[in-house]
Design a protein around this ligand. Structure first.
Ligand SMILES: *Cc1c(COP(=O)(O)O)cnc(C)c1O
Length: 449
């Protein structure tokens, strides 16, 4: 059966972010079931889901509480529109999200992916400045970071800065003001770490002030820049950016699509530095990894600028906005956080991850180990002292991932960075298995113990 399915996959599918000619040469791993932190393939083999099904699973697969909530909702209704109608689970979830989110965020606008959550935030920010009681139509630009990633729709791609993903679409994109990521392992200014941290923050603040008159908003991945290789921002960087936005009268959009829902150890990453954004984008972990749902949260001040005449409304809405099954899953996901005190109980697991990662320092080709909460990235380099990267054609990240798979672990690379982002529900034993498999995979692939 597996061979037949594999042949049909190759015949009919087009996989995301995948060179299909390479895909056609390899045997696809076909997942049929999942349970807890495990994915189970068509031949019954079990793999630890080391990247939480691309960063979205939270409390494990087939979580009885979420299964039950979705089934229960299914007995009532799968979906009805939020255009002209309201729906029970979307109301309950919105209240819950507002209660969880930093205080000034009071309004929830639903969509269905991280890309749309960001797209919505940027349209809201743009329209807000046009429609304020004291309009500032010249404020229509966005400040973003080099190597940022905010999704794959054209607006979100415009905010992105990853040349590999985004270069080809350049003629379709709007311009942004860019500042370098505070990536002090490879300092954009060629400075030592401490000077790098200061210089990066100063430069970001200065750029925000300088462009204040034309900036609608600053769009940031708080604490961890995910897709660019798990780049962790220095402490204080996010709050410095928040302060600069406040002083320059620029909105702050926090894209917590990857880092929200406990990933950094707090419910939202912004909490790590006591920061409240003006717009907050949520997706991936919102439903615990069950169903596609996203939310853009806004302050009452932004919301207020859309009230009044008909033409002032927000012209945006997707067919499945506020889908009832997805909202029911999200509610159950959030109830687990509360009832099982997930975040309080997570601290020892975050320490276990740190302790387990320390051993990777023995490996000659691990250049840097980056971690925030339950997110880790291991940057593989050809030469550790010179921080010299591997030739991309070597496919080192991809090969490590394939080796890890043969040891019962599913992970994904970001170029030469090996990403570990297991479900928050992982046990100590499972964490050990995950780390051991990845350690061995790197050691074997790089011959460097
Ligand atoms: C994944 C991601 C997105 C895009 O979310 P999709 O649901 O894949 O559209 C946006 N921003 C960040 C930070 C992400 O990690």
């Amino acid at each position: 059966m597996t061979d037949k399915l594999a042949a049909k996959d190759k015949q009919y599918l087009w996989h995301p972010f995948t060179q299909m000619s390479q895909w056609d040469e390899e045997d696809p791993l076909i997942i049929e079931q999942a349970e807890g932190v495990y994915l189970i393939d068509t031949q019954g083999r079990r793999y630890i889901d080391g990247v939480s099904s691309l960063w979205c699973n939270v409390h494990g697969h087939r979580r009885p509480e979420i299964d039950r909530a979705v089934r229960k909702q299914l007995d009532r209704m799968a979906h009805s529109t939020l255009l002209g109608l309201a729906g029970v689970p979307s109301i309950r979830l919105a209240e819950r999200l507002v209660n969880l989110a930093p205080e000034p965020l009071t309004r929830v606008f639903y969509s269905d992916s991280g890309s749309t959550a960001v797209e919505i935030a940027l349209k809201m920010a743009f329209q807000y400045w046009q429609q304020r009681s004291e309009p500032k139509p010249e404020k229509k630009k966005f400040l973003t970071w080099t190597s940022a990633y905010h999704g794959d729709t054209i607006g979100s791609v415009s905010l992105g800065g990853m040349d590999l993903f985004h270069q080809i679409y350049k003629p379709l994109l709007f311009e942004t003001v860019q500042v370098p990521q505070p990536f002090c392992y490879r300092c954009p200014y060629d400075l030592q770490r401490e000077s790098c941290e200061t210089k990066c923050a100063d430069d970001a603040i200065e750029t925000i002030h300088r462009h204040a008159d034309e900036l609608a908003a600053v769009v940031i991945e708080p604490i961890v820049y995910g897709a660019s290789g798990i780049v962790t921002a220095p402490e204080g960087y996010l709050s410095a950016v928040r302060n600069a936005c406040t002083k320059s009268n620029v909105l702050l959009i926090a894209d917590e699509v990857a880092v929200g829902f406990g990933r950094t150890g707090t419910m939202f990453a912004c909490e790590q530095e006591g920061v409240a954004p003006d717009l907050l984008c949520l997706a991936k972990g919102l439903t615990g990894g069950y169903l596609p749902l996203a939310a853009t949260l806004a302050t009452e001040q932004i919301y207020g600028a859309f009230l009044g005449e008909s033409r002032r409304k927000f012209f945006h809405g997707h067919t499945y906005t506020g889908n009832a099954l997805a909202c029911a899953a999200a509610l159950a996901n959030l109830e687990i956080f509360e009832e099982q005190r997930v975040l309080a109980n997570l601290k020892p697991m975050i320490s276990a991850l740190s302790e387990g990662l320390a051993r990777f320092g023995d490996l000659l080709h691990v250049g840097e180990i980056r971690q925030r909460g339950m997110i880790a990235g291991l940057e593989l380099v050809k030469d550790r002292d010179g921080k010299k990267p591997y030739d991309p054609a070597r496919g080192i990240g991809h090969n490590v991932v394939l080796r890890a798979r043969s040891k019962g672990v599913v992970i994904r690379p970001l170029g030469d960075v090996i990403v570990l982002m297991p479900p928050l529900s992982i046990t100590f034993d499972e964490m050990k298995m995950l780390l051991n498999a990845v350690y061995d995979a790197i050691r074997e692939e790089t011959d460097g113990a």
